[in-house]
Design a protein around this ligand. Sequence first.
Ligand SMILES: Cc1cc2nc3c(=O)[nH]c(=O)nc-3n(C[C@H](O)[C@H](O)[C@H](O)COP(=O)(O)OP(=O)(O)OC[C@H]3O[C@@H](n4cnc5c(N)ncnc54)[C@H](O)[C@@H]3O)c2cc1C
Length: 497
Amino acid sequence: MLPPASDVVVVGAGNAALCAALAAAEQVRSVLVLERAPKELSGGNSRFTAGAFRCVYDGVDDLKALMPDLTESEIISSDFGTYTHDNFFDDMGRLTEYRTDPDLCELLVTRSRETMLWMRRKGVRFVPIWGRQAYKVEGKFKFWGGLTVEAWGGGPGLVERLTEIALNNNIAVAYEARALSLIADDDGVKGLVVRYRGRTVEIAAKCVVLAAGGFQANTEMRTRYLGPGWELAKIRGTQFNTGDGIKMALDIGAMPTGNWSGCHAVGWDRNAPEFGDLTVGDGFQKHSYPWGIMLNANGDRFVDEGADFRNYTYAKYGRVILMQPGQFAWQIFDHKIVPMLRDEYRIKRVTKVRADTLEELVQKLEDVDPQRALATIKAYNTAVNTAVKFDPNIKDGRGTTGLAIPKSNWANTIDMPPFEAYAVTCGITFTFGGLKIDTEARVIDTDGRVIPGLQAAGELVGGLFYFNYPGGTGLMAGAVFGKIAGTSAGRRAAQSP
Ligand SMILES: Cc1cc2nc3c(=O)[nH]c(=O)nc-3n(C[C@H](O)[C@H](O)[C@H](O)COP(=O)(O)OP(=O)(O)OC[C@H]3O[C@@H](n4cnc5c(N)ncnc54)[C@H](O)[C@@H]3O)c2cc1C
């Protein structure tokens, strides 16, 4: 049975929601988490992640505070560098074309480190991302791209640990409990209507925190807001983020804000299922394209694969792939590069072909013009500036000359057999448009006033991301704003009669 009332009710049980619940529980006794999914599918997109968090650190001492298990030999064998406030601000500004909401961006950046430490104190463990974010050069792992830390056990480990900590803090978690609408009057939000295991019930609440994800898994909303073609994208993560939280807030007058036609979308296996599969997690993604080239159905390259580190291009290239004829592309690599491909290239469910000659390879690229593909690869090989040394740890400037679409870095010739190619389509991660919140994560209405008793955090908040996104920021934003939302909801609930 669901309780008839709770001080704070949190909608969702992903990273943002669980951080909100933990922060609220520091202020009030009764906190209830409502999760639409059954227990085994719970945790939203957060469970699908690698658990990578983008956070500020000024050196190894900051990382040691966050990861006290780091050994001296691990520290000696790693060049962690730094990721300063300025670096994070620069990345957010540059990638969003300076449209990111300055107040929200400021909180994201300046609270990132302290929020991670707060999570650590609660009992979440973090480790460096040696596997995906560092290459070993001259005996030392060098980290690149501002992304250094992941939750222990990745996304599944993060969700399980946060849930365990929530339960230990007397937070109630109800599964198969779908929030349907908010109960509100002129004084603000008073509770919710919930569909729980087939029955519709009302729950009274002094404060509600919405953390129910974006609308990426809702085909109709996706096509309506992102535009034609988006109904054809695959969903990388949970099937349950269908915009419920956004819709129920808009229904009581919340203000929509942010990049409603924008989203995070990546290159994703062409034959992946319609929604994410937790047994594969993020394994359908194919993020080593900066080391190779991508060809479309016409046999043409269509994007600068090496424009920047993958952390700074992958989230916008899904859209570019969706816009290609047939909504797919093939990523091409030769034997020099194959050993460097990320772990996701070696999963069982992969759409891959292999050949000993380029002539044979192009014949195997399903739905591609083979003659044109061969000509494109040959023209590319001739254009590579081989005088510059290939270095995956830096933007090496090893580019092409004379091509209509240049490759700016990591341009490797494709000439050493055997050759491999991987077919990708567009996989959408989450939508950028959402609810307007203030610096206490209180939801703002269309007249610019706070809606009393309503907070929001995570994917369903608008205004942070436009056009693009720096990898690892989704979890960090969810944690920062989840904590802020939970704290402000708990404070209000504690003060309410
Ligand atoms: C494959 C993949 C890999 C990713 N990797 C990373 C990464 O490494 N680092 C990173 O920072 N980001 C990553 N992301 C993005 C990241 O997952 C999201 O930004 C983040 O997890 C969003 O957290 P959230 O709590 O807002 O939403 P979610 O974790 O999606 O949680 C939303 C929850 O709300 C529930 N819900 C929905 N509607 C209702 C309702 N009506 N009632 C009750 N509950 C409801 C859902 O079931 C879900 O549990 C990845 C995403 C995917 C899909």
